[in-house]
Structures are given as structure tokens and as C-alpha cells.
Write a protein that binds this ligand. Structure first.
Ligand code: F0G
Length: 460
């Protein structure tokens, strides 16, 4: 409670603004029909409040824009690379840092080296691109989050934790087939829920016992560290960078998207301790991303990331960030809208399966709710459920563990009145949830179908 008052304010003022475009409900109904009822296919100008993702959509600071002017575009050994490297190693002191244009490029390179048929990669919950990159190599992706992590209403301070007993069983049975154990912080697909230091230490112990490396998918590491400070016994007085360094110290490497907590619009990296692995990854990097000191990024991007990394561990920022997400969650909870509890760091997840019990999972309740939010109020969220995860590589389909609609909050972008508007729209749609219909898919690709599939509402 800085200054002794209760209200937590945005720790910035606004310097440059972007206009919003207002459509009528009839116009939105026409736009989404033309888009095959897939929110990814909309023209973003037709969206009023865009909560599709918190990835690359944050507002950069004055100091990040200034850093961009320092961007040095030398092909090899740019000073901007050294600025980036120093900022990354300040928090994640891995000897090898390999820049990539975004997180999934780091995943593709790492699993290109470590994956392959017969391999199995455990994670608390794989994000969609992570799962797809594992499966693309022929390996198997297994999610081992604790049981509470799959129950939207269950309250647990660290719902992103790995189920250590199940991980131990998997390693005891198949350690030889596990090239790496992954932990995603925070656990995006499981509700943006954090992982505790205690749990990470437990995973580390198992990895040591079975001789398997531990990697972090660390996109939202700062929010995870803030939750540790707030919720984990004995952590309240620690500085955030200190907690982050302890997390990094428990791992052998990481994949990263700089589009999340590092407050940049593009970028990512892969980092590790192992020299031989790093060499194999760098060879793939040069083949497909770029030279080892820029990895598909411009020098100016490296500068923006370095500055963003310093800003995202600021406690005033993190307090505002996590509290503003919780503000949305609390209001929806009070209005009786079923959500994943407690609130995640970067997003609020609506429980579409609970809100639309009359729409079976294979008729995509999450898709139905997401479309209704757009039609009613121009809000774009994203289905995280059976559309995203229900289809197996062999083409068969089954209900995903949960059917959620994620409302992701871009960093430093929307104000409290935008969020109040979202609360009003979601509440109004929830009140007439029993009228919402299911959808069927009329066109879909083999992988990552949610990005491009076309849907049709079901009759009656
Ligand atoms: N890992 C996690 C946990 C993510 O949330 C994402 C992206 C990635 C990896 C891939 O990173 O987009 O830079 O290639 N998540 C975004 C989202 C897209 O909307 O949650 P990327």
C-alpha cells in the first residue's frame, strides 16, 4: 500500500494514444459471419477492446522508444546485442543466450535438437505452440499439472504447480525417453496460474535423480515471481530480480517470448548451460533465424527488450499489473460469472463449460461464448479449450480438459474504464448464456486449427 492509500493506480501517465473504432452490433454480426466465426480472422480495426492476447500488444515506455533510437544494425557483434545479453543475464545467468524472433522459434530450434519419435516431453501444461512444436518432431507432449490446476473453482495459491508424483512415475518408467522436463511460468493454458519455488525445487530434485535437464518456458516469469513474493511463505521481503535469479538457478535452460513480460512487441530467446546443446541450437539458428548476435531481430528490437526487462521487474508495475487483472476477475466473480479462480497474472479465464452447460464440449462452448462477447460488445477474447486442444495429431477429437475463454490483458494498454466496460458486457452476455448455441467446424487445417478454422452456428 504505497502512500498509505488503498487505490492502486497505473504507475505511468499516457503520452501517446491510439483511436478506437466503434461499430454497431449489426455491423459486428456481419463481420464475424464473414470471418467464419473465427476471431483470429477479424480485421483488428473492427475490434473495440482487444483481449485476444497479451503477446506483443503492450504499450512500450518512453524509455523503450528512446532505446530503439540506440539500435545498432551491425550484422555481427552489434552493441545492441551486448545490451540485450547483459539485460537477459542480469536476471537469467545462463552462459548461452540465443536470440530468436519470438518464443516459438526458440521452441522449434530446441525441440528440433531434442525431440523426435519415441521421445516424451512433460510440462505442467504445454502452451499450444509448444505442444505443436513437440508433436511436429514426432515426440509426445504430456501435461502433468496438479489436479487443482484442472478445476476452475479450486482455490490454490500455486495452481500452476507440477504434479510431482506423476512426474516421478513418468521418469521412473521412461526417463530414457525424456530429453527435457519443462515448467511453464506462469501456466498460461492452465489459467495463468503461478508455480511456487518449492514446487520448482521438487522438479529440480526429480530431474537430478533421473539425470534429465529442466527447462523453463518463462514468458511470464515476472508475474510468477510477484505471486511468489505475495503468496509463498518466507518470500515477502525479497526483491523480484532476486526471486527471478533463484528460479533461473534451478533450471538448465529456458525458452522465452519477449512479447510477454519483457514488454516488447517482438522477440524471444533460448538460453542454456550445456555447451554442446548450445552449439547444435546455434547451428539451427543460423540456418533459419539469423546470425547468433541477432537471431531474426533488428538491433532496435534487442534494445527495446533490454529496457523492457528492467521495467517489468519493477514492483510498482507488478502490483498494478496483477491487481488490475484481479479487479476484472473479482467483479465477474461477484456478478456470478464462472471464472478460473484465483485470477491469473495476465488474463481472466471464463469457464465456458460451466456457463453453457447446454453446449457439449464438441460443440465448442468456448467458441460460442467468445463470438457472443464480440457480437455484443466488440470484445475479442480467445477460446482455450476443445477448439485449441481437442484434436489429436491423428485427426481424432475429444473434449479438452477445460473449455475456457481467455480475456488477456495487454500490458499498460487499457484503463480501468475499459475494464469496467468489459465487466458490463461479459455480465450481460452471461445473463443470456442459455440462449447461446454451439458451433460446428466447416474447415480446418491439420495443426493449430484454432488460428484458421471456419465455424458455423448450430441450428435452434
Ligand atoms: N509459451 C507460452 C507459455 C506462451 O504463452 C506463448 C505465447 C509461447 C510460448 C510462444 O511465444 O508467441 O512469442 O511465439 N503465447 C501467446 C498467447 C501467443 O496469446 O498466450 P511466441
Amino acid at each position: 500500500m504505497p502512500y498509505g492509500f488503498r487505490t492502486i493506480i497505473e504507475p505511468f501517465r499516457i503520452h501517446s494514444v491510439e483511436p478506437l473504432r466503434f461499430l454497431t452490433e449489426d455491423e459486428r454480426r456481419a463481420k464475424i459471419r464473414e470471418a467464419g466465426y473465427n476471431l483470429f480472422r477479424l480485421h483488428a480495426d473492427d475490434v473495440l477492446i482487444d483481449l485476444l492476447t497479451d503477446s506483443g500488444t503492450g504499450a512500450m515506455s518512453r524509455d523503450q522508444w528512446a532505446a530503439i533510437q540506440h539500435g545498432d544494425e551491425s550484422y555481427a557483434g552489434s552493441p545492441s546485442w551486448y545490451t540485450f545479453l547483459e539485460a537477459v543475464q542480469e536476471l537469467f545467468p545462463f552462459p548461452h543466450v540465443i536470440p530468436t524472433h519470438q518464443g516459438r522459434a526458440a521452441e522449434r530450434i530446441l525441440f528440433g535438437v531434442l525431440g523426435g519419435p519415441g521421445k516424451v516431453v512433460p510440462n505442467n501444461t504445454h502452451f499450444d505452440t509448444t505442444r505443436a512444436n513437440v508433436e511436429f518432431t514426432g515426440a509426445e507432449a504430456v501435461d502433468l499439472v496438479i489436479p487443482e490446476g484442472l478445476e476452475p473453482q479450486a482455490i490454490h495459491p500455486f495452481k500452476g504447480n507440477m504434479d510431482l508424483a506423476r512426474l516421478e512415475r513418468l521418469l521412473a518408467d521412461r526417463a530414457g525417453e525424456v530429453p527435457v522436463v519443462f515448467v511453464t511460468i506462469t501456466n498460461n493454458s492452465g489459467g495463468g496460474q503461478p508455480v511456487s519455488l518449492e514446487n520448482l525445487r521438487g522438479v529440480r530434485d526429480l530431474c537430478d535423480r533421473f539425470g534429465v535437464p529442466l527447462f523453463l518456458d518463462a514468458c511470464r516469469f515476472a508475474e510468477n515471481a510477484w505471486f511468489i513474493k505475495l503468496r509463498e511463505p518466507g518470500q515477502a521481503d525479497r526483491a523480484i530480480p532476486d526471486i527471478v535469479r533463484e528460479i533461473a538457478g534451478l533450471a538448465d535452460g529456458m525458452t522465452m517470448s519477449a512479447k510477454k513480460d519483457p514488454l516488447a512487441n517482438i522477440g524471444g530467446w533460448l538460453a542454456m548451460r550445456d555447451d554442446a546443446l548450445a552449439e547444435r541450437c546455434r547451428n539451427l539458428l543460423i540456418l533459419t533465424e539469423g546470425y547468433v548476435t541477432y537471431g531474426g531481430l533488428a538491433g532496435r528490437d534487442l534494445e527495446a527488450i533490454a529496457q523492457g526487462l528492467r521495467e517489468c521487474v519493477d514492483e510498482h508495475y507488478l502490483r498494478y499489473r496483477v491487481r488490475s487483472t484481479e479487479y476484472l476477475a473479482d467483479a465477474l466473480d461477484r456478478a456470478g460469472v464462472p471464472i478460473v479462480k484465483p485470477a491469473g497474472g495476465h488474463a481472466v479465464y471464463l469457464d465456458a463449460r460451466a456457463l453453457l452447460p447446454h453446449v457439449p464440449p464438441l460443440s465448442y462452448p468456448g467458441q460460442s461464448l467468445a463470438v457472443a462477447l464480440y457480437e455484443a460488445g466488440g470484445i475479442r477474447g480467445v477460446e482455450i479449450g476443445t477448439v485449441m486442444f481437442g484434436r489429436h495429431p491423428d485427426g481424432t477429437e475429444e473434449p479438452a480438459a477445460m473449455d475456457l475463454v481467455r480475456l488477456a490483458i495487454p500490458r499498460r494498454t487499457y484503463t480501468q474504464s475499459h475494464v469496467d466496460y468489459v465487466i458490463e458486457v461479459v455480465t450481460a452476455v452471461a445473463e443470456r448464456a442459455s440462449e447461446l448455441r454451439g458451433y460446428r467446424i466447416v474447415e480446418q487445417p491439420l495443426q493449430l486449427r484454432h488460428f484458421t478454422a471456419r465455424f458455423e452456428p448450430m441450428e435452434g
